[in-house]
Design a protein around this ligand. Structure first.
Ligand SMILES: C[S@@+](CC[C@H](N)C(=O)[O-])C[C@H]1O[C@@H](n2cnc3c(N)ncnc32)[C@H](O)[C@@H]1O
Length: 379
């Protein structure tokens, strides 16, 4: 397992989050992080007063490296922030000057450098460039980086449109740098949230930039919505809620006890909140909205029903480990005889995973692509 990032005269110990669950093939930084660090170190002298805005630093490698500068550290991910905090502590750092900015919050102007890891979702990049319009000047150095294969003409066009002239470097270890020179006078409005109407209902679904299935109802979610059980008097959890469309349809039943929306994306949680406020404001007092890692924050076995359309990937890594974590956390959060109900691709083999965790599993429904599975916590 490679957990030591050594460059120039410095070595950092870096783990993904949580450290104990890092697979031996995973690493908490990539060649794009190294490229950024090398370029900055080779070309600039930074002082403690240098003001950096760091975006999408997945596990805090850049934040740890530049911890002696004045940092606004911007992320949409709860897990990324926890990874950063964990890695600061692992290296014995307790920096004075880090300001954590959630993706929906406003940055403070001015900044000297913007260091941005190109995110998976173009829409998130677009929103971040729109946010940057307000804080960059024509003196700000904007340096972005990502896997060469993820940097397209359309990626560069976003930098050109929202900030100013943009060029790229040669690829090095499969990553490229993007150099952008802001003109400092752009003021394009944001196209987000995207809004669509849920078919056969009057609900308008609002989606901030980084939300799953931002432009339409996910086909797995559509099938799931046909098989939501009665939630009468139950404490329900919408786990991995995205825009909250599943929970919203639970609220429509009108007789639940409580509903918790949980997601690791701040934009997802804020979209879910917005969707309850816009569509069922009278039910908002039954709801809580939690940015978290699966159900790690839940201490009491109280839920009667956990509903979940689990993710396929965490940031850039395609993985089943989050889904599996969600299932074991759900078991812990359920009261005896409580139910976990999920929708999943048929090929994924989650039937056996649930059977192993819960000792039982039932196929509620299936079609060509998806299965709805139910597991009951033993009494
Ligand atoms: C397949 S989407 C489902 C979204 C929504 N429930 C729907 O059906 O349209 C999975 C969601 O899980 C969230 N997610 C990913 N990793 C997570 C984690 N570790 N803890 C909580 N949520 C997570 C993603 O941000 C995403 O919104």
């Amino acid at each position: 397992m490679n957990t030591s990032l050594s460059l120039f005269d410095k070595t950092l110990t870096l783990y993904q989050y949580p450290k104990e669950r890092q697979h031996k093939s995973w690493q908490a930084w990539d060649s794009a992080d190294e490229y950024i660090i090398q370029h900055i170190t080779d070309n600039y002298v930074l002082t403690p007063n240098t003001r950096l805005a760091i975006f999408n630093d997945e596990f805090g490698a850049l934040g740890c490296w530049f911890k002696d500068q004045s940092i606004q550290w911007v992320s949409d991910s709860f897990i990324a922030q926890k990874a950063f905090e964990q890695n600061l502590a692992l290296n014995g750092f307790s920096p004075q000057s880090i300001n954590y900015i959630r993706s929906i919050e406003t940055l403070t102007a001015p900044v000297d450098f913007v260091l941005l890891k190109v995110p998976k979702a173009n829409a998130l990049l677009e929103q971040q460039l729109i946010d940057l319009q307000k804080i960059v000047t024509n003196n700000t150095i904007v340096l972005a980086a990502g896997k060469a294969q993820a940097i397209h003409k359309s990626t560069l066009a976003l930098f050109e449109k929202y900030l100013g002239p943009t060029t790229t470097s040669l690829a090095k270890k499969k990553s490229r740098l993007i150099f952008c020179t802001p003109t400092g006078d752009r003021d394009h409005p944001s196209p987000y949230p995207t809004v669509w109407k849920q078919e056969q209902t009057n609900y308008t679904i609002h989606n901030l930039a980084n939300v799953f299935s931002r432009q339409q109802l996910d086909i797995g979610a559509r099938f799931f919505l046909q098989h939501i059980p009665s939630c009468h008097n139950l404490d329900v959890i919408d786990l991995g809620c995205g825009n909250g469309v599943i929970g919203l349809n639970v609220l429509a039943q009108g007789d639940i006890n409580s509903l918790e929306f949980v997601d690791e994306s701040t934009m997802a949680i804020e979209s879910a909140r917005l969707n309850v406020q816009r569509n069922m404001p009278e039910q908002e007092q039954l709801c809580t909205f939690t940015a978290g890692n699966c159900l790690a924050h839940i201490k009491q076995a109280k839920a009667g029903l956990v509903l979940c359309n689990p993710p396929f990937h965490q940031q850039n890594t395609i993985t089943e480990h989050i889904a599996k974590q969600m299932f074991s956390d759900a078991k812990r959060a359920l009261r005896p005889r409580g139910e976990l109900r999920i929708v999943c691709n048929r090929h994924l083999g989650y039937f056996n995973v649930l059977k192993k965790h819960f000792g039982n599993c039932r196929v509620v429904a299936s079609n060509k692509k998806f299965s709805i599975l139910s597991a009951i916590k033993k009494g």
